[in-house]
Write a protein that binds this ligand. Structure first.
Ligand code: GLY
Length: 318
């Protein structure tokens, strides 16, 4: 039995969630609803963790990851480390639909494919994101290509500095994160979408959980869909989103399924440990979110909603 259309999303999905719900109300597919929602989030210049305005890698370049997964077929499309294309969720959907012999394209190949599909290049690094990047460099007195070249003149030294920067990266205490969206349409199809600019100042070419099936994104219409935000290296190591869906398959309630995944992640040794969050939706419309930090929330819209309703995530206490 399905619940009728519903769409849920992580913190800051509110930039697009009402657009997705409008489509679902009109009978559109969950694929369309997820894509429209995440495109609006990617275009939100005030959000520094996704799309245009996202914080750059250690070289000062914005690199984006995104994925989309369909519950009935478990078909998956994704891109990683894409530069200069503002809407990676749409390129991920194009991989899903136009390149079914593959599931994931990265870097230059993903950019070539985007160009072939008619996506238009754009500058993704905004002045505001660049200022945040520069402030981080000043605070760390590190140097990157094209910056402070007196201090670090060579490529080798640059690489050492960039690696050091990644090693020293501390948990970010702002509104961290990737945006997750899960939609259920009137035909009972479920789709999970994830989009991110990833870890600020990440090593160039680093791809996180958002582009990986099972880690940041998983959807199986028999049991439900799940997605993760926060420290992707943790969800990659335990295949976190799949773990949540596996728990649903074993009959756990959504909140318990989310908590079990966070508990497993808490067992991993990780000197860069920071927040990890997850949310899930079942085919009959039950949902939950959980986080390692208090005060985290997620958004929900049903056909009766006039605006996103904010739900508290369960705080996981290890
Ligand atoms: N969860 C997003 C990332 O680690 O890139």
């Amino acid at each position: 039995m399905t619940s009728g259309p519903v769409i849920i999303g992580s913190e800051r999905s509110e930039a697009g969630l009402a657009l997705g719900m409008d489509l679902l109300r009109q009978g559109a597919s969950a694929l369309d609803a997820v894509e429209v929602t995440l495109r609006a989030c990617e275009d939100n210049l005030d959000d520094h963790y996704i799309g245009t305005g996202g914080l750059p890698n250690a070289r000062g370049e914005v690199e984006l990851d995104a994925s989309i997964m369909v519950g009935s077929s478990r078909a998956f499309g994704a891109v990683g480390a894409v530069r200069n294309f503002p809407n990676p969720i749409s390129i991920a959907r194009a991989v899903l639909e136009k390149l079914p012999q593959h599931s994931l394209l990265v870097g230059e190949g993903a950019e070539l494919f985007a160009e072939e599909q008619g996506f238009v290049r754009a500058e993704l690094l905004t002045d505001e994101a660049m200022q945040i990047f520069r402030a981080a460099l000043v605070a760390s007195s590190e140097s990157v290509e094209g910056e402070n070249t007196d201090a670090v003149p060579g490529d080798d030294r640059y690489r050492i500095a960039a690696t050091e920067m990644v090693r020293r990266f501390l948990p970010f205490d702002g509104p961290w994160g990737t945006v997750n969206v899960i939609a259920l349409d009137e035909d009972g199809e479920m789709v999970v979408g994830v989009s991110t600019s990833g870890y600020p100042w990440k090593y160039p070419g680093r791809v996180g959980d958002s582009a990986l099936p099972g880690s940041g994104n998983y959807c199986d219409l028999r049991y439900g869909g799940a997605a993760c935000t926060g420290r992707g290296e943790l969800s990659m190591r335990i295949v976190g989103a799949k773990m949540v869906v596996d728990s649903l398959a074993h009959g756990e309630e959504p909140a318990e399924a989310c908590g079990l995944m966070l508990r497993e992640a808490s067992l991993l040794p990780d000197i860069y440990r920071s927040e990890l969050r997850t949310l899930c939706l079942t085919p009959d419309g039950r949902h939950a979110g959980a986080a390692t930090q208090g005060g985290s929330t997620y958004n929900v819209m049903t056909t009766n909603s006039t605006e996103p309703e904010i739900y508290a995530r369960t705080q996981f206490a290890s």
